[in-house]
Ligand binder design. Structure first.
Ligand SMILES: N[C@@H](CCC(=O)N[C@@H](CS)C(=O)NCC(=O)O)C(=O)O
Length: 227
C-alpha cells in the first residue's frame, strides 16, 4: 500500500495517474495548499521542499519519496512497468522526463504565476514565459511527429508531460498548428487511467470556462505565490 499526499494540480496528477496506470493500491491524503498543509512540520518530515506530491511506500519500511519525477521513476522501477530496463530505453524515458521537470513544469508554472496570479501585469515576464512554453511545445510536437509516444512506448515521460501540457489554456499558451501534440493530448485523454488520475483527490472544473471561476481560483492561488 502506498500513501499519496496530493492536491488537484499537474504535479499531483503525475503521481495519481502513474498509480492508476500501474494498478497499485494507494490511499489518498488531501493536502490543502490554500490552508498551508504543505508547510506543516509533520509534512515537511516527508517532503522537505514543502510541496506536493509525496508518496510513502508502506511495503518498503515507510520509505518516503518527494519530487514528482523521482516518484515516477520509483514507481516504474518498483513495478518494472512504464519504463524499459535496458540502458538506452531507460535513458530515453529519463531524457523526456527531465525535459518536463526542468522545462515544461517550471516554465508553465511561471507563466501561470505572471499571467494569472501576480497582482501586477508585467508584460515582458508574461511574454518570456509564454514564448518559452510555446517553444517547448514545439519541441514536443517535433518528437511526437516521429514517435507515437515521447520515448517510443507509452511511459512515465508521457504521463509527466501530459499532466502539464493539457493545462495549456490556463498558462495562456496556444497549441494551434501543433498537430502531433494535439493527437497525443487526445490519445492520453482517452486512457481510463489518465481520467481516473485526474479525479484525485477531486476533479477540478475547467477553470478557463467561465470568468467567475477563473477569478476565484486565481485569487486563492495568489495567496500561495505571495507567501
Ligand atoms: N519540483 C516539484 C514541484 C512541486 C510543486 O511545485 N508543487 C506545487 C503544486 S503543482 C505545490 O505544492 N505548491 C504549493 C506551494 O508552493 O506552497 C515536483 O515536481 O514535485
Amino acid at each position: 500500500m502506498i500513501d499519496l499526499y496530493t492536491s488537484p494540480t499537474p504535479n499531483g496528477h503525475k503521481a495519481s495517474i502513474a498509480l492508476e496506470e500501474l494498478g497499485l493500491p494507494y490511499e489518498v491524503h488531501t493536502i490543502n495548499l490554500m490552508a498551508g498543509d504543505q508547510k506543516k512540520p509533520e509534512y515537511l518530515k516527508l517532503n522537505p521542499n514543502g510541496r506536493i506530491p509525496t508518496i510513502v511506500d508502506r511495503d518498503a519500511g515507510d520509505f518516503a519519496v518527494f519530487e514528482s519525477g523521482a516518484i515516477l521513476i520509483y514507481l516504474a522501477e518498483k513495478t518494472g512497468k512504464l519504463m524499459p530496463t535496458d540502458a538506452k530505453g531507460r535513458s530515453q524515458v529519463i531524457q523526456w522526463l527531465m525535459f518536463q521537470m526542468g522545462g515544461i513544469g517550471p516554465m508553465m508554472g511561471q507563466a501561470n504565476v505572471f499571467f494569472r496570479y501576480f497582482p501586477e501585469k508585467i508584460q515582458p515576464a508574461i511574454d518570456r514565459y509564454q514564448n518559452e512554453c510555446r517553444r517547448l511545445f514545439e519541441v514536443l510536437n517535433g518528437r511526437l511527429g516521429e514517435s507515437e509516444y515521447l520515448a517510443g512506448e507509452y511511459s512515465i515521460a508521457d504521463i509527466a508531460n501530459w499532466s502539464w501540457v493539457r493545462t495549456y489554456k490556463w498558462s495562456g499558451v496556444s497549441i494551434d498548428g501543433l498537430e502531433h501534440l494535439q493527437r497525443w493530448l487526445g490519445a492520453l485523454a482517452e486512457r481510463p487511467a489518465c481520467q481516473r488520475g485526474l479525479d484525485v483527490p477531486m476533479r477540478m472544473p475547467d477553470l478557463t470556462a467561465d470568468h467567475k471561476s477563473t477569478e476565484e481560483f486565481a485569487k486563492n492561488a495568489r495567496t500561495i505565490v505571495q507567501r
